[in-house]
Design a protein around this ligand. Sequence first.
Ligand code: PEP
Ligand code: MN
Length: 367
Amino acid sequence: MAERKLNITPVNDWGLFHLPPRPCVIAGPCSAETEEQMLETARGLRAFGINVFRAGIWKPRTHPGSFEGLGTAGLKLLKKVKEETGMHTCTEVAGAKHVYECLKYGVDLLWVGARTTANPFLMQEIADALQDTDIPVLVKNPVNPDIDLWIGALERLNRAGVTKLGVIHRGFSTSEPTLYRNDPGWRIAIELRTRYPEMPFFADPSHMAGDRKYIRELSQRAMDLGLEGLMIESHCSPSCALSDAKQQLTPAELKKLLEEEITVRDSQSDDASYKEGLNQLRAQIDVIDENLIGSFAARMKVSRDIGLYKREHNVAILQASRWDAILAKMKEEGRKYGLSDEFIVTVFNAIHEESVRSQNEILSDKA
Ligand code: PEP
Ligand code: MN
């Protein structure tokens, strides 16, 4: 399908963030819980210059019976935070009713959660409710790694006239065992970035990580990829949080993270901008290399399964004709991308050798 242009207002013109330098930061608790929790957290964040405060009001929880947010009462708390601290406020909307409520209570920025982005019916409903408003909206990636679903959600909002539009990358659900709560899947973020370089781009290392100990490395990665902003969960007393207790930082921890633990390389001079460009490209290479390792591992697993299968059926490991066919096909495939035959042969011979070695191990294993 032909790619549609999106009409985007630069984040500098949203009037919400202190700019520059990067990152634009949105911080605040996973959920609004009490007035004390909201005000204490907001004051702690405000004290070191954070001026966009987040708090979930309607919480999409996996199991019924978990804390599902304060609803409209939470909007009153957001309003109070705004009045008492002067911070801008933002919350998640998952339908038209949420949008109307937020507009009524003067929320400054909305975000669409990952479960909602995945649902075109709800996205259209939200887009319709936002017609003729000027409120900025950030759209999280859908829970599943489907870039078109993400783009479709952005198109719906943009068609409804939302131009203060940006994205939040929060990683993808996966059934694979991973270090993090959600698979970062940076490849998809890079692709979206490449297609829409003008789109304000945030990362949400909190929901990606699922554990506060990984927030630093994920924030650094987001900065190295050149993203504009970070949304990070912060709670005055994280261990007592009613949702996402493991992944929230205290305001003091967040201050340390931003001021001491992550390095944000910004382009001041030509030389610095060269370095920044290089860092972004290297960060992309790092992601691709990690993906390569994942693909090698997946291939080796299947190869071992074939070894077991052959053993069961008493068949020899090496089948030269099959290998010749693979190599010919890969050379042909490589040529389409300008990859030399020599390169393909070197890489695939190394892969083949390792496969044969591991299949031989299986065959010699009498167990
Ligand atoms: C949240 O930001 O609190 C949230 C529910 O996030 P996500 O939609 O990324 O799961
Ligand atoms: Mn959360």
